[in-house]
Design a protein around this ligand. Sequence first.
Ligand code: BES
Ligand code: ZN
Ligand code: ZN
Length: 467
Amino acid sequence: MKLTFSVKPLGSLPKSYVRVAFVEEKGVKRLIREQGIETIEIGVGAELSQRTFITLCRSVVATAKQFKAQKIAIEFDAHPWLFKGLKDVSPLRLSELAAENFEMANYEFTKFKTKPKEGWGAVEEILLCGKFDKATEAAARRGQIIGDEVNKTRALANTPGGDMTPRGLANAAKDAVKGLPVAVTILTRKQMEKLGMGALLGVGKGSTHLPTFTIMEYKGGKGAPIVLAGKGITFDSGGLNLKPSSGIYEMHMDMSGAASVIHAVALAARLKVKKNVIGLIPAAENMPGNEAYRPGDILRSMSGKTIEVLNTDAEGRLVLADALTYAKRLKPSVVIDIATLTGAALSALGFYATALMSRDEKLSQTLETLGEESGDYVWPLPLWDEYEASLKGTFADLTNIGNGPGGRTGGAIEGGMFLWQFAQELSCPWAHLDIAPRMTSAPGDELAKGAAGAPVRLLIRYIEQHV
Ligand code: BES
Ligand code: ZN
Ligand code: ZN
């Protein structure tokens, strides 16, 4: 999308631009024509907050698409009442946010569709009228880059399981950073075996497509690296504990964590952030093949800890266990894992927040604050010692799901607690983001159906402020 700027008021623009006007009538979305000039009116019920500013920017684009307006012009300054509640958000930040969310709202997964004669109907140009200077324009350009990388995350996650093997995901990591100063290493099977990644290799056994482990290194500065680890299950059938029909459909997006890590690293490089960032992508396909790992199997993880598989559908924590152990050798300053880990996180929080788990109070606070600022909202769940007991194995060190008296209770926390068994070997803060709730866009998001691209906006803000 082209983003252009003008100091002229809307009235003096050529007729080819469809004007956008905000009116105080909640819910209104209409196109009016007067003397050959088209205006889209969008109703805004109340004063804006940062949250509603984000959705307003998106609904501008969504509405323009609906009315097939390809060139639109907006003059935010003409609606000062809108911004009364946004006094604490800087003009730079508003400019960035607007651009970022315009881009996100303009995206749709069309790769496998035949192009209609009239095109996809995406918005081609947005002209922003008002007091823009060099700095606010630059902020908007940044926002466009962030939005673009979020959309690439969504495109990768939306790719069907049949078109995205673990090797395919590793190659996608390479493609994402083409021309950028990021080194990508894909471990061979022999190397993974030698490292003892028995948990990752175990999960992948049922598939004809071998697991991969990818390391993306961006060196933008000095100091110990930020390590991001993303769950890369290219399709989660559940394995021998096969998922029911209702639960299996969207499981090609079970690599959304990996997609977000790949594009967060790419984004850090594109924005030339002066930090060191390393992305880790353990990838496997969870299938019920002849060679598949079975309930009751015991896997030896890279850490040396053995894991009794009580349910082959709790596979994400297994591949991440080896990634967390691998992270230790990178001497990180912080480790964050991102995973569509549990349906239970979705049960707990609904569609609108990523579940955050950490034993580090400061890191937890930072992620909550940046979550709110970025638009990738997160909400904490506890990782208290009490939750540990249910993971104790009978025939191995650990079980991969809780086996306590509670049955299916606290599933998101049990997932986080399992990961903690490996993360506690690190000598740095660690956090777990269960993005299952944010895997797909939800009603009210004003985004196209499919992958939501969480939490790339949070990750880049985290990377930028990290000291
Ligand atoms: N990938 C799923 C979790 C999931 C569910 C993500 C829905 C996004 C939407 C994960 O691997 C899984 O199957 N988890 C099980 C864990 C259970 C066996 C303890 C679950 O959530 O049921
Ligand atoms: Zn699963
Ligand atoms: Zn899964």
